[in-house]
Ligand binder design. Structure first.
Ligand SMILES: *[C@@H]1O[C@H](CO)[C@@H](O)[C@H](O)[C@H]1NC(C)=O
Ligand SMILES: *[C@@H]1O[C@H](CO)[C@@H](O)[C@H](O)[C@H]1NC(C)=O
Ligand SMILES: *[C@@H]1O[C@H](CO)[C@@H](O)[C@H](O)[C@H]1NC(C)=O
Ligand SMILES: *[C@@H]1O[C@H](CO)[C@@H](O)[C@H](O)[C@H]1NC(C)=O
Ligand SMILES: *[C@@H]1O[C@H](CO)[C@@H](O)[C@H](O)[C@H]1NC(C)=O
Ligand SMILES: *[C@@H]1O[C@H](CO)[C@@H](O)[C@H](O)[C@H]1NC(C)=O
Ligand SMILES: *[C@@H]1O[C@H](CO)[C@@H](O)[C@H](O)[C@H]1NC(C)=O
Length: 587
């Protein structure tokens, strides 16, 4: 599903500025979440080679794989789902919480006249429901234990993404933080926590962790501060999109629409996409960002509509058909390559949807996938995808079509086959069924967690290469706070107009904006320049991902409610120190 972001965005400001918040919401009906019984079976080995190759029946196959799941008070999960009307001010999210988080059965809700989708296994799944899906999937895990001393890892079935989703527009930051703080309070009392200081604990965020990393306790700063809590930093956080600097964050795939309940459904689907006719060399499903002309997707859309080899599926706000799953999947199944440029964030759910359709992804930023989904994507990126650095497209040095035309049919077939082979581990199987095991994205994620928590945490954990870290950022010791402030003051006094300033302030409150690379290229460049001058090349070391976040945070800080004011030096500095990417390395 493509949520109508544009509408949300507009509403956000109207709503937020007039402070008409959740008071108008109606109380919702309670969706029924199925609760599969806990299975005691130990037959569900996640690593097939262990049982397939080793004839050692005496060994408990769950050794080293036991997981203990906290029985949390309902307010941390079930109540959030029960009060699903609070999940969005604009859309009733309740249908998406049904079927164990998979959402409505597609065969019932959508006419699939072309027979694109199979009759079973397809759902109208919302991209942010992974917490519910994962929790339910965990209930089917084959090596659960009720004795935490036996467990290698401890799962916390708290829904941090859905929790904060209820309060993202709420100026009261205490509300955004409350449940996360309650959780920590609750954990602190527990012997399970005391045993290893939470080092063996893990949880899932179904939203990008940018929503959980608020550094400053000000209502205009975005999101909750869940990830900043020291206890949480001891845990492993699985998320659909990590911050490259979040050392304890690990990306796992966004949920797609395909949730088969047995192996044969996957095999049938793989065969279907393998034999699908692909008349289009490449395609793109998504919308323009008219207010951000520099974004590479705008260039790609221009090129796509002009090319007879490209199929464009325009998904603008209110665009007809962009929410139709069968239309989307049909497009991906008819394309050899699928363009996956950054959008509101660097990664996209569409990456996984298109790969499930056997379409070879084309990435324009290495943070869209390669440095994100390390457990789920093979290291040999060029074997299953194409990489074109976005700057090459923006400057016109490279035309994606030319690049794609250079791949021989044979090579494309090889890459597609690699993608098709990956399908089972990119999807989450229907968590309500135990039969017919196959290794899915959940199993891969659990393996990753088990490997990580078995490490010796007294040692710093080396990031696997290609490593993306925020290199040390050092403030020159001579940098005075007042010079910092006056630089920023002078920057803003040079802003083109009051109107522009107020626009900046608006945009900077857009949830998704914080990870975009531009507001307005000129403004952005000047901010970068001023910071680069201030901090020397060290600023560059912040990395592509953190740099915009830092700059945007500063803008948020400086321009609130459309009025750019000067700033209090020490607050600004305190804020910078508190930024998760910079904060950890500023000494
Ligand atoms: C959900 O919304 C209802 C109705 O507006 C409100 O009474 C309730 O307190 C909200 N729940 C939470 C957890 O915010
Ligand atoms: C939809 O799929 C479910 C199983 O996933 C099946 O029980 C049901 O009969 C199907 N409905 C239609 C209209 O095909
Ligand atoms: C983090 O874990 C270590 C043990 O590895 C423990 O000493 C420390 O107290 C934990 N931190 C918090 C905030 O609980
Ligand atoms: C897609 O959007 C259209 C127009 O908003 C709506 O009528 C239709 O029901 C939506 N389709 C699905 C599957 O939700
Ligand atoms: C990637 O492709 C190369 C060349 O075709 C091949 O040698 C290599 O084994 C492939 N890697 C994987 C993981 O399949
Ligand atoms: C990401 O891509 C850019 C440009 O190609 C490159 O400079 C950078 O080193 C890459 N980062 C990683 C982690 O591969
Ligand atoms: C700036 O902030 C500091 C610490 O919050 C405070 O002590 C100081 O009085 C503030 N200065 C002004 C001018 O507001």
């Amino acid at each position: 599903m493509m949520p109508p972001l544009g509408i949300n965005y507009l509403c956000l400001f109207l709503v937020r500025l007039s402070m008409v918040l959740s008071t108008v919401l109606l109380f919702s009906r309670s969706p029924h979440l199925p609760h599969p019984t806990k299975t005691q079976s130990i037959a569900d080995l996640n690593v097939p080679s262990a049982s397939a190759l080793l004839p050692v029946p005496a060994v408990d196959p769950c050794t080293g794989r036991y997981i203990y799941v906290y029985d949390l008070p309902k307010k941390f999960n079930e109540d959030i789902v029960r009060d699903c009307r609070n999940l969005s001010l604009w859309t009733n999210m309740c249908p998406f919480t049904t079927n164990a988080g998979l959402g409505p059965n597609l065969n019932n809700t959508e006419k699939d006249q072309d027979g694109v989708l199979q009759n079973t296994g397809w759902f109208f799944t919302d991209q942010w429901m992974l917490e519910i899906i994962f929790h339910n999937r965990m209930k089917q895990y084959g090596c659960l234990t009720s004795d935490y001393s036996l467990a290698s890892a401890i799962f916390i079935p708290y829904y941090p993404g859905l929790d904060v989703t209820r309060y993202l527009w709420d100026p009261e930051i205490a509300r955004r933080d409350k449940l996360g703080m309650d959780l920590i309070e609750w954990l602190r009392q527990r012997p399970e926590w005391a045993a290893r200081g939470g080092r063996d604990h893990f949880l899932v965020s179904g939203r990008s962790t940018w929503n959980l990393q608020r550094g400053l306790d000000q209502s205009y700063a975005w999101g909750s501060k869940f990830l900043v809590i020291p206890e949480v930093q001891n845990m492993t956080v699985l998320t659909v999109e990590r911050r490259p600097c979040g050392d304890n964050e690990f990306s796992i795939p966004y949920p797609t629409y395909f949730h088969p309940s047995d192996k044969s459904q996957v095999a049938t689907w793989q065969e279907k996409v393998r034999s699908s006719e692909r008349p289009w060399l490449f395609s793109f499903a998504g919308g323009r960002r008219p207010d951000q002309p520099e974004m590479v997707r705008n260039h790609l859309i221009d090129q796509c509509v002009q090319s007879s080899r490209c199929k464009m599926h325009e998904c603008q706000t209110g665009g007809v058909g962009c929410n139709s799953t069968s239309n989307l999947m049909k497009l991906f199944m008819q394309s050899q390559f699928c363009l996956q440029p950054p959008g509101d964030t660097r990664a996209r759910r569409s990456i996984f949807d298109s790969m499930v359709a056997g379409c070879v992804p084309v990435f324009f930023h290495n943070e869209s996938a390669y440095v994100q989904y390390r457990w789920h994507l093979p290291r040999d990126f060029e074997n299953f995808s194409v990489y074109i650095w976005e700057d090459e497209v923006k400057t016109g040095r490279v035309r994606p079509e030319d690049v794609l035309l250079r791949y021989s049919d044979e090579k494309v077939r090889e890459m597609r086959e690699a993608v098709i082979k990956m399908i089972p581990t990119l999807i989450y199987k229907d968590p309500r069924y135990t039969s017919e095991k196959f290794i899915d994205a959940f199993d891969v994620a659990v393996n990753g967690v088990l490997q990580r928590v078995s490490r010796d945490f007294s040692q710093p954990i080396p990031l696997p290469s290609p490593s993306f870290v925020c290199l040390p950022l050092r403030f020159p010791s001579t940098l005075s706070l007042s010079s910092l402030d006056s630089r920023l003051r002078s920057f803003f006094s040079h802003s083109p107009s009051d109107k522009q300033r107020s626009r900046n302030a608006q945009i900077s409150r857009d949830p998704f904006f914080r990870t975009r690379s531009t507001i307005n290229p000129i403004i952005y460049k000047r901010l970068i320049q001023s910071w680069t001058t201030l901090l020397g090349c060290k600023f560059e070391a912040l990395g592509d991902y953190c740099r915009p976040a830092l700059v945007m945070s500063l803008i948020t800080m400086m321009c609130f409610n459309g009025v750019c004011t000067g700033n209090n030096d020490s607050k600004l500095f305190e804020y910078m120190l508190s930024l998760p990417c910079a904060g950890s390395s500023i000494k």
